[in-house]
Design a protein around this ligand. Structure first.
Ligand SMILES: [Ca+2]
Ligand SMILES: [Ca+2]
Length: 160
């Protein structure tokens, strides 16, 4: 799943801002650990952190799938800048492999305004979204990143 966040202040891009995407409100989320090539960190298994470049852009290439998101929060330097209610992934059933089961789920959503299947972000689910998902058939992700059972100790430590 490719997520790109652009941070601006008064229309001017903000460089070197710490962007956090909080997917703690996504019970159906399954994400694997980042690779050395990834430019973001995972905190507590559900928060993804990356700094913006000179153009104010932070890019996240998350490896995994999702089928249910109640709330996605985006923060820049700790300030909420956006909220979303859905995450679109070719891996519709979040079993970490894109196969015909996912295509069947996507095809059942064609003609609807289901943001979880709007892979190209044009506002609706069409054959183009199914085609985009078909390009990922056979792609899989392994080694799910572990969510930590408790986080309060680390948060307290960070603010002392
Ligand atoms: Ca799948
Ligand atoms: Ca679409």
């Amino acid at each position: 799943m490719a997520i790109r966040v652009v941070v601006r202040r008064s229309r001017a891009p903000v460089a070197h801002a710490a962007v956090t995407i909080d997917l703690g409100g996504c019970p159906g989320l399954r994400i694997v650990a980042p690779t050395p090539a990834d430019s973001f960190l995972i905190v507590d298994g559900c928060r993804f952190v990356c700094s913006t470049g000179n153009q104010g852009t932070a890019s996240f290439g998350l490896h995994g799938g999702a089928y249910a998101c109640l709330m996605i929060s985006v923060l820049a330097d700790g300030v909420p800048i956006a909220q979303r209610m859905a995450l679109a992934s070719p891996d519709q059933n979040a079993d970490l492999v894109v196969d015909m089961a996912d295509i069947a789920i996507l095809e059942s959503k064609v003609g609807k305004k289901d943001a979880t299947a709007d892979l190209d972000g044009d506002g609706g689910v069409t054959a183009a979204d199914v085609t985009a998902a078909r390009a990922h058939i056979g792609h899989r992700a392994d080694a799910i990143t572990p969510a930590r059972a408790t986080t309060w100790g680390e948060i307290k430590t960070g603010y002392r």
